[in-house]
Structure formats: structure tokens, C-alpha cells
Design a protein around this ligand. Structure first.
Ligand code: G3D
Ligand code: MG
Length: 153
């Protein structure tokens, strides 16, 4: 961030800009989640399968997010590492999505199955979500915003 941008953020004239990498299994609902976080007049009615990646933007109360929505398909996974810097203490937000499905397991169970408690070097959080209804998404974004705001601008 340039000096002028930092000053604008500090004075509350501009939202701090952050980049988010969105990863997950193909068909898990990543694009639907991101779409639902956009203002209603900017949301697509038709979610198409993501090819390679797409770049989306949305805002929270104090941040401006640019999201790299990566395809989960195996042949595109080699792209992931180009957008992910492994050793930084970046926060990781997990969505246990499709909680509306009858056989969905709880977010606690998902966290156990993925052994998330082994992540010691980065802050992480898991939210149960239903991206179609938009449930659980705001809780996740609020957590991410809190984490990012504790990092110096
Ligand atoms: P992806 O970007 O992770 O590949 P998509 O996944 O966002 O393209 O979503 C894949 C399918 O899952 C879509 O259905 C979408 O509507 C559905 N979906 C996303 N989130 C939820 C959810 O929380 N609950 C349910 N029941 N379905 C969800 P289609 O039919 O368009 O393939
Ligand atoms: Mg997608």
C-alpha cells in the first residue's frame, strides 16, 4: 500500500484492501459463497463451474476484499501455490458448507476429520454455512475482518 492509501485508510476515507485465496473441493460451493457476499444487485443468478480461477470483489464494513476463486478441479491445483505464501501467518477461514443437506456432518466433525487443531502457526476458524440461503457467511467474514484488522495497515 502506498503512503496516500495508508493515510486514507487511517482517516477512514478508504477501506483497506485485502486479497483472499478461496480454495476447496470442486462443487463444494466456493463460487456460490463469494457470489452471496456481493451486494444483491451485483450477484449472478447463474453460477457456472469455475475454469482455472476468477477474480471477484466484495466489501465488508471496513475492508475491500479481492477474492481469487480457484477451481477445485485437480488439473488446476498447481495454480494454488502461485497465490499462497506458505510461511506468512495469514488467517484461514473454513466454511463447512451445504449444511442444509440431510446427511451433512457438523462443523465440529468436519474440523476433527480435517485435524484442524493441528494448525498451530496460523489463526483459523470454521463456520457452518448454507451458501444458497447465505447462512453462516457473515459470521465468517466478521471473523476474517477482525483477524485482518489486528494486522498493521
Ligand atoms: P464450486 O465453486 O466450489 O465448484 P459452486 O461450487 O459454487 O459452483 O456450487 C456447486 C453446486 O453446489 C451448485 O449447484 C450450487 O448451487 C450448490 N451449492 C452451493 N452451496 C450450497 C449449499 O450451501 N447448499 C446446497 N444444497 N447446495 C449448494 P448446481 O446445481 O448449480 O451445480
Ligand atoms: Mg467455482
Amino acid at each position: 500500500m502506498g503512503l496516500l492509501d495508508r493515510l486514507s485508510v487511517l482517516l477512514g476515507l478508504k477501506k483497506k484492501e485485502v486479497h483472499v485465496l478461496c480454495l476447496g473441493l470442486d462443487n463444494s460451493g466456493k463460487t456460490t459463497i463469494i457470489n452471496k457476499l456481493k451486494p444483491s444487485n451485483a450477484q449472478s443468478q447463474n453460477i457456472l463451474p469455475t475454469i482455472g480461477f476468477s477474480i471477484e470483489k466484495f466489501k465488508s464494513s471496513s475492508l475491500s476484499f479481492t477474492v481469487f476463486d480457484m477451481s477445485g478441479q485437480g488439473r488446476y491445483r498447481n495454480l494454488w501455490e502461485h497465490y499462497y505464501i506458505k510461511h506468512r501467518r495469514i488467517p484461514i477461514l473454513f466454511f463447512a458448507n451445504k449444511m442444509d443437506l440431510r446427511d451433512a456432518v457438523t462443523s465440529v466433525k468436519v474440523s476433527q476429520l480435517l485435524c484442524l487443531e493441528n494448525i498451530k502457526d496460523k489463526p483459523w476458524h470454521i463456520c457452518a454455512s448454507d451458501a444458497i440461503k447465505g447462512e453462516g457467511l457473515q459470521e465468517g467474514v466478521d471473523w476474517l475482518q477482525d483477524q485482518i484488522q489486528t494486522v498493521k495497515t
